[in-house]
Design a protein around this ligand. Sequence first.
Ligand code: PAF
Length: 290
Amino acid sequence: MATAVRVHTTIDGFRRALAEHRSGGATIGFVPTMGYLHDGHASLMRAAASSDDVAVASIFVNPLQFAATEDLGTYPRDLERDLAIAEESGVREMLHPDVAEMYPTPVLTTVTVSGVTSRFEGAARPEHFAGVATVVTKLFSITGACRAYFGEKDYQQLAVVRRLAADLSMPVEVVGCPTVREHDGLAMSSRNVYLSDGQRQAAPVLYRAMVEAAGAARGGNRSVDDLRAVMHERITRTPGVDSVDYAEIVDADTLEDVTEVGGRQRILVAARFGSTRLLDNIALDTPPAG
Ligand code: PAF
């Protein structure tokens, strides 16, 4: 039977609980979340519980990473269900602070990561990554030395978090974990609940388009222009898709443009289904060009 998860609404209480575990020599595996947990989160929690002595997590819907026009007020929440999932997945300590506990008013100190944030989600949501970087820096500073588990689903976010942990010399090893998908390929996301039935049926096209492009690349088509066009065409002609924000192939580490397929690359896509924006990505690892 899973050990009951202890919920801490204060930073101090969470820190004290972690200090108790560390005093017995335990390593900490940390999973930051905004709640409304799904199997993707559960897989991160299970990874933390199996690789570290004590798995801990946070649930905090971070206002700093939402623009005024976004869904902060309606972001789905279900604490009771979240705690049951966390407990079942092996989490022992849960930080669940309110906004006043996390942020002073006004917030004067923020963290920005440049370069890797300039395109894709950073271009579509200009304040988003400063909000993510600020809260993750705070959460890492609260949690202290740990391994921190993030989904590859938000691939650009993972790159931002890796960069800030390295640049600020944080005692945190950032671990990227594979995206968990529904049976039809749709990447799990708390925002999938916003999709209408028709949009839900259309949404797996993101994954299918990337798989098709990866197949063409492996079959010998090395032109990024061609593959990008294949993905755009496949996604835009699907009823239920309103627009494609991007469908790109980039260097897997720097997220910079490439012109030819070859080496460790990543396919990134984002599209709008009504007012819901979905993103996805897969690895594209092929023999280096030349
Ligand atoms: O990926 C998320 O759920 C959030 O962006 C994170 C990392 C928990 C920061 O609020």
